[in-house]
Design a protein around this ligand. Structure first.
Ligand code: AVI
Length: 315
């Protein structure tokens, strides 16, 4: 199994970090949650009682898998954007008997390679083309040495919610253009709901989400020669009803300065760094978001209307 890597350059990451910290309010790139440790912590989040999205999406997929996979093309390539949970993709693969190739795309190479190898071990016939890439930017499909007729993508977990609506729309536009008219996109979209359920999902009692949020600083220390002291920051997350989004921040516990590749950044006690948005949609708002890019062909939701899985077709 050959792994293709489309690297992001050190200078680009460094300037993304420094530019974000020079903004007011300060912010850091959400994608930097996912080093090896961050990916493991995210896996743990997915198993938490309070974090309903993963198990709800999985149940929707499981309950409707025959119908869902009937929307995929025969002899197709299946691309997974952010190859997180192998459970969900295994479910799809098991119900796509004519699948020509599976292309998992992820920014975290260790996690990607490990999951791809496990999948391959259980499905020796499956053609797997792992691609290490930042799919939030322009990326090229790896060369696929199989005959295939269609390309469909899978974008689970409501990761689309981690973009602002404007950026989500331009991202989906790029995906639709890359894979072409009539390509399908099976996407998980988290729905608006009671604030207490949302607040609890991002402030779990075991503190795993806090650890995940703080680990971003460790990752940056390792990545770009920075000296963040993780103990001097705390986790803060809440549902902002006005904007329909979870906001995750790190709060500086004291006045402090942090050096990043020679550059000094000052923090005041109580100052926040925005690390993540997680937008929640109504079905109507999401349809509006993709209007003119994708047709919404079918929507599946759970009995409590917590989460939706939608099959979109590029127009
Ligand atoms: C990956 N993404 C969809 C998760 C979310 O719910 O926005 C990331 C996450 N952040 C905190 N908990 C989970």
């Amino acid at each position: 199994m050959q792994v293709k890597t489309q690297t992001t350059h050190y200078e680009d990451i460094l300037s993304e970090i420094i530019d974000g910290l020079k903004k007011s309010p300060k912010r850091l790139p959400t994608k930097l949650f996912y080093d090896e440790k961050g990916s493991q912590l995210f896996d743990k989040i997915c198993e938490l009682d309070e974090y309903y999205p993963t198990r709800t999406e999985l149940k929707i997929l499981d309950d409707n898998i025959e119908e869902i996979t009937s929307y995929f093309g025969d002899n197709g390539v299946l691309l997974e954007l952010g190859s997180g949970s192998s459970v969900k993709i295994r479910l799809l693969i098991d119900h796509l008997p004519t699948l020509a190739a599976y292309v998992p795309v992820d920014i975290s190479s260790e996690h990607l390679v490990y999951s791809a190898e496990c999948l391959k071990a259980d499905n020796p016939e499956l053609k797997v083309y792992p691609l290490v890439a930042d799919y939030t930017k322009e990326f090229a499909l790896p060369t696929i040495n199989e005959n295939y007729k269609t390309i469909d993508a899978f974008y689970p977990g409501s990761t689309i919610g981690n973009f602002t609506p404007e950026k989500a729309r331009s991202f989906l536009e790029r995906v639709a253009n890359t894979f072409g008219k009539d390509s399908g996109l099976l996407i998980g979209v988290d729905l608006k709901k009671e604030k207490s359920i949302l607040d609890a999902a991002y402030n779990d009692s075991k503190g795993i989400t806090a650890e995940f949020n703080l680990n971003l600083l460790n990752h940056i220390n390792n990545l770009v020669n920075a000296d963040f002291d993780v103990n001097k920051f705390s986790h803060y997350a809440f549902f902002n009803e006005k904007y329909g989004r979870i906001e995750m921040h790190l709060i500086s516990k004291e006045n402090q300065e942090v050096k990043i590749d020679g550059e000094v950044i000052n923090f005041e006690k109580g100052e926040k760094i925005l690390t993540e948005y997680s937008y929640k949609y109504s079905l109507r708002d999401f349809k509006k978001l993709v209007d003119g890019i994708y047709d919404v062909e079918k929507i599946w939701i759970d009995d409590n209307s917590l989460f939706s899985v939608q099959f979109l077709r590029a127009v």
